[in-house]
Each structure stands twice: as structure tokens, then as C-alpha cells.
Ligand binder design. Structure first.
Ligand code: NAP
Length: 307
């Protein structure tokens, strides 16, 4: 059997992402010992019930002790507080990483609390669902999905290489990206789509002339796919928008201008503009399917909200 990549892997936070890492790492013996930390007793009990780790604790200081890899799997608004608690207890040469959806902010929050003898290699798996908590994780979440690592220019090459090997063993493709660039890319491909979904679901539910039962009854017309995204965890997404403010506001400006152009085309009956625009976007979807990042099965191959 291949040697484990890490001796002692510490997961701070054991929700959807943390539990998915734990399940895969356990199945494929990627770490000799898995330490699970979470702040609430009930979450820790759920993690134990799913047998996600070897050691369980609610103490950050205790959890990180002697770990050669620590991965923070908590909302991006909590990094500074948790970083302060773990900093003094980190082992020499430990790799400190995370799965946060925003990268510049988590680096800025963590850096002041980390001793010089550890290696910070931030990460972001581009994989997820709208479900949360330790019950939501599954072993194949990261299969054929990208994981982006955003180390500093001077980061330790061996630490990057070990973390890359780990994410590949979890099933991911791995790429390295500059953190600010990551935040701008993700603003467009993830953060703004979520904001649009949250917005349209809110708008539909506020419209007085359309009843709630009509919204639900006729949802298969397109609305339903927005409701899936808009069911995502409110704490996680609140923190994403507060911590990727500049990139989101910049991209939202571009989005509003493009939306105005479509609005004008509808008002003036410019069918050619609408047709050309919709033809271009259809090609983008085909590209996503060809890249293996989506299926063309009916209903996108997903279970439905009712299931
Ligand atoms: P989750 O299922 O909601 O789990 C969150 C975990 O963080 C729980 O263990 C929770 O502990 C802990 N936590 C929550 N607030 C905390 C705080 N203020 N201080 C310390 N711990 C706290 O979340 P998730 O979906 O796994 O997301 C975790 C991270 O992954 C986030 O940074 C998110 O941006 C990123 N991410 C998520 C997705 C996705 O689709 N969900 C995809 C890629 C990346 P208790 O339950 O004990 O309170």
C-alpha cells in the first residue's frame, strides 16, 4: 500500500467540505491520523457518528498540535479568530491550508498569526453542493473538479508539491493561481451567479400578483435551478460577499451594463442582438460539457429539489 501523504491531518471545521475530505482521506488512507475539530458539540457528535476521524476535539489549540497538515474548512469570516488561536500551537514545518471560497482575505487574516516555521499554501476546491454540515459530505465530491492553490511567490516548493499530491489523491485536478486573480475569476463564475439566484428567488417571492403556490407549481420553467443555488448556506455566502467585496462590486458593474444592453434590445425589439447573444452563450455551455464539468443529461443530471 502507498505511504500516507500526511502523518497527522487536522481538519478545522467538519461541514460539507471538511467531511468530504475526511471520508476520501480515510477511504484511501491519505493520512495516518485524522484529527477533527469543530466548535459545537452537536457537530462533533455528528462527525463521530459518521466515523470521520481518529481524534475529535472542540479545541483549536489541541487539534493542530503535532499536525503536519492543517486545513481550515470554516467560513471565510472566521479565519482571523481561528488563526489567532492556532498560531502558537502549530508544529514546525506544518503545512497550513484552507478551502475558503475567497483567497486574498483569508491570506490577510491568517498571515499575522502564523509563525515563520510553517508553510501557508491556501486552496479552494471548486466543488460543492447546497447542503451543509458533516452529514452532507461524500467521498467523490472532488472527483474531476478543480482545486486552485494560491501560494505566495516564495512559498515552499515541497509543501506545494505535497498538497498538490493530496488534492490529486482526493480526485481533483490542481492548478496554481495568484490570489487576487482567483478572487476576480471566482466573482464571475461563482459569486455573482449566487447573488443573482438569491436575488431572483427573493424577487419572485415578493411579487404580489404571483402567488407562492404558482411560484412552486411552475418552477420547472427555469426558476427551480435558481432555487437550488439560493438554498446554499447563508453564513458561508454572507462571508463570501463581505470578503470579496471589491471583485464582486467590479464584476457586478460589468454585469449591470450588459444587462442594460439586453434590456434595451428587448425594449426596442432588437431580435438580432438577442439572438446573437443567446447563440454565443449556448456555445459556452457546450464548452463546459466538453470539458467534463457538467452533463447534458436532462435536468443537468441532478436530483430535483423534491427528491
Ligand atoms: P459547512 O458545511 O457549513 O460547515 C462549516 C464548518 O465550520 C462547521 O464545522 C462549523 O462548526 C464551522 N464554523 C462555522 N462558523 C464558524 C466560526 N465562526 N468559527 C469556527 N468554526 C466555524 O461549510 P462548508 O460548506 O463545508 O464550507 C466551508 C468552507 O469551504 C467555506 O470557507 C466555504 O467558502 C468553502 N467552500 C464551500 C463550498 C460549498 O459548496 N459549500 C465549496 C467550496 C469551498 P460548527 O457546526 O461546530 O458550528
Amino acid at each position: 500500500m502507498a505511504e500516507a501523504i500526511f502523518k497527522r491531518l487536522c481538519l478545522i471545521g467538519i461541514g460539507l467540505i471538511g467531511s468530504s475530505i475526511a471520508l476520501r482521506a480515510r477511504r484511501d488512507r491519505l493520512a495516518e491520523t485524522i484529527v477533527v475539530q469543530t466548535r459545537r458539540k452537536e457537530t462533533l457528535e455528528k462527525a463521530k457518528a459518521r466515523n470521520l476521524g481518529d481524534v475529535y476535539t472542540d479545541s483549536v489549540a489541541e487539534a493542530v498540535k503535532d499536525a503536519d497538515c492543517v486545513i481550515l474548512c470554516i467560513p471565510v469570516g472566521a479565519f482571523s479568530q481561528v488563526g489567532e488561536r492556532m498560531g502558537p500551537h502549530l508544529a514546525k514545518e506544518a503545512i497550513v491550508s484552507d478551502v475558503g471560497s475567497v483567497k486574498r482575505s483569508v491570506i490577510d487574516q491568517l498571515r499575522p498569526h502564523l509563525p515563520d516555521h510553517v508553510h501557508l499554501v491556501p486552496g479552494h476546491p471548486i466543488a460543492g453542493t447546497e447542503y451543509s454540515g458533516p452529514e452532507a459530505g461524500f467521498t467523490t465530491l472532488f472527483d474531476e473538479r478543480w482545486c486552485l492553490l494560491t501560494p505566495d511567490a516564495g512559498a515552499d516548493a515541497d509543501a506545494i508539491q505535497r498538497l498538490t499530491a493530496f488534492w490529486k489523491a482526493l480526485g481533483s485536478y490542481v492548478d496554481v493561481m495568484e490570489p487576487d486573480h482567483h478572487d476576480r475569476v471566482l466573482a464571475v463564475v461563482s459569486h455573482i451567479p449566487h447573488l443573482i439566484a438569491y436575488n431572483i428567488v427573493g424577487t419572485a417571492s415578493d411579487l404580489e400578483e404571483i402567488t407562492q403556490s404558482e411560484v412552486i407549481k411552475f418552477s420547472a420553467s427555469g426558476f427551480r435551478d435558481f432555487t437550488r443555488i439560493a438554498a446554499s448556506d447563508p453564513v458561508m455566502w454572507r462571508d463570501v460577499f463581505l470578503h470579496n467585496k471589491d471583485a464582486v462590486l467590479e464584476m457586478l458593474g460589468r454585469f449591470s451594463e450588459d444587462l442594460s444592453a439586453l434590456q434595451r434590445a428587448i425594449r426596442w425589439g432588437d431580435g438580432d442582438l438577442l439572438f446573437d447573444h443567446f447563440t454565443k452563450t449556448r456555445a459556452i455551455r457546450r464548452g463546459i460539457i466538453e470539458a467534463g464539468q457538467e452533463t447534458d443529461a436532462p435536468n443537468f443530471g441532478r436530483y430535483t429539489i423534491e427528491d
